[in-house]
Design a protein around this ligand. Structure first.
Ligand code: G6P
Ligand code: MN
Length: 460
């Protein structure tokens, strides 16, 4: 069995490969392939992955590192897609351009997310076509390329029959944090959730069948920030830090503990003070506290800069050090439960386990008061034929209203991309909750068009 990682030069690749390798028997994996369009990044990550598979774990899994599609996808059973179109340079633009106009600047939310979506839809479609052409007929693409909401809508419209499952690790990271806060074991936890990607709510969290949301509400009321010390254990300084107070002692182990992530974890407390009913996804802070976000953001230094100076730098410095000296510092490499979760999803598909996972999928009535064709995030049982989504009751007016506004903004940007329509792009920006007026939407869009030359289709 062959697994290909598309976007193999990602800083998350080593962690994901390790998760796959540790499950090699269940996955029955013989070969891992790394594919990227950036040859140098790919080569370096390949050096480290080679070490993980063959030195660290001593496995006889074949490793292929390539920039050639045919080599990458021929006879592959799984493709894990994690492309970042435009790299960190364009992430920086997505974050900084809206901020210059007083709007939230974020990788996947607001105008930044819309811009990133416009860059990513066609490359994703190209990937699907390549995989269709070369891979095994019953392939699965597990896609966590961002912005997942827009990418999955683009794929639904343009390649409705593709064997692709869109996923996101944020809810899992939130569950990790919740388990640490309540001192419970994740393996005994099941939850209900509804939303769009990066735009949803946990409505129930059960530990051994018993509802723990009441205890969680108490915990969040008492703690200003939802990041318990036990979650941060082994990381030196145990406190979550504001960006200006953050140190670089433990650069990678937990990216959520410092920098701009600080505010979204603090925001969980703030949102629940107003609306204690459900536990929100951290990303809802960008929509519900948009003004405050702009106020504490630094338009000269955003998350892209933080990542370049920490995760990126530490990983590539670590690889250079290994190439020069043969010494490995593992602390710069591994990224957490993200990879485990993706590898577990592949196991469920392959071995037909019917385990429960959150996935982004077409609604088809599962949330009765959302459109049939909305791409929503819901729990599903995963088996060899893909997700069997768990239907639920109508959702409340507040959440439904927010979701409809966001959904239509995302659908409009997909239509704008496909049709090359300036007016639809402007409607998508204007409709987004992070944007205060049509005039501001136009200013941001016009700057985005300049910055995205060569990536966006021409808008007329
Ligand atoms: C979470 C989200 C991803 C997002 C990532 C950004 O994992 O689910 O969609 O890409 O955070 O993390 P970063 O450390 O790059 O800001
Ligand atoms: Mn995500």
């Amino acid at each position: 069995m062959i697994i290909t990682l598309c976007g193999g030069g990602s800083t998350f690749t080593p962690g994901i490969v390790k998760s796959i390798a540790l499950r090699k028997d269940e996955l029955d994996v013989d070969e891992i392939r790394l594919y990227d369009i950036n040859e140098e990044r790919q080569r370096k990550i390949g050096v480290l992955v080679d070490w993980i598979l063959h030195e660290d774990l001593g496995l006889d899994i074949k490793l292929t590192v390539t920039t050639d599609k045919k080599t990458a996808f021929t006879d592959a059973s799984f493709v894990f897609a994690q492309m970042r179109v435009g790299g960190y340079a364009m992430r920086e633009q997505d974050e900084k351009i809206p901020l210059r106009h007083g709007c939230v600047g974020q990788e996947t939310c607001g105008c930044g997310g819309l811009a990133y979506g416009m860059r990513t839809i066609f490359p994703m479609v190209e990937l699907i076509d390549d995989v269709e052409k070369y891979a095994k007929k019953d392939y699965w693409i597990l896609n966590y390329s961002n912005p997942a909401a827009i990418v999955s809508e683009g794929c639904r419209v343009l390649r409705p029959n593709a064997r692709i499952i869109n996923i996101c690790d944020m809810p899992i990271a939130i569950i990790d944090v919740v388990c640490a806060a309540l001192d419970i074991d994740k393996k005994d936890v099941e939850y209900d959730y509804f939303g769009l990607n990066h735009f949803g709510w946990f409505t129930s969290i059960r530990h051994k069948g018993e509802e723990v949301l009441p205890q969680l509400r108490e915990y969040i009321k008492e703690h200003e920030i939802l990041l318990p010390d036990s979650y941060l254990k082994g990381m030196g300084s145990l406190m979550a830090k504001k960006p200006e107070e953050a140190t670089d002692e433990h650069p990678e182990q937990n990216r959520h503990t410092k920098g701009s992530w600080y505010y979204v974890w603090k925001g969980e407390h703030e949102i629940m003070e107003c609306f204690p009913e459900y536990l929100p996804n951290t990303y809802l802070n960008y929509y519900l506290q948009q003004k405050e976000f702009v106020e504490h953001s630094n338009p000269e230094r955003t998350r892209a800069n933080e990542v370049e100076e920490t995760r990126e730098k530490n990983l590539f410095d670590g690889i250079d050090h290994y190439e020069k000296t043969g010494e490995i510092d593992e602390s710069t490499f591994y990224a957490g439960s993200h990879g485990d979760w993706i590898a577990d999803l592949a196991i469920a598909l392959k071995n037909d386990t019917k385990q429960r996972f959150l996935v982004i999928c077409e609604n088809k009535g599962a949330i009765p008061n959302m459109p049939y064709d909305a791409m929503v995030e819901l729990p599903a049982y995963i088996g060899k034929n893909g997700p069997e989504v768990i239907s639920r009751d109508n959702i409340p007016l507040f959440q439904q209203g927010l979701m409809m506004q966001q959904l239509n903004s995302e659908k409009l940007i997909v239509e704008a991309t496909i049709e090359g329509s300036y007016e639809k792009a402007l409607k998508a920006f204007t409709l987004n909750k992070t944007v205060p007026s049509m005039k501001v939407a136009k200013e941001v869009l016009d700057d985005m068009i300049e910055a995205n030359k060569g990536y966006w289709p021409e808008l007329k």
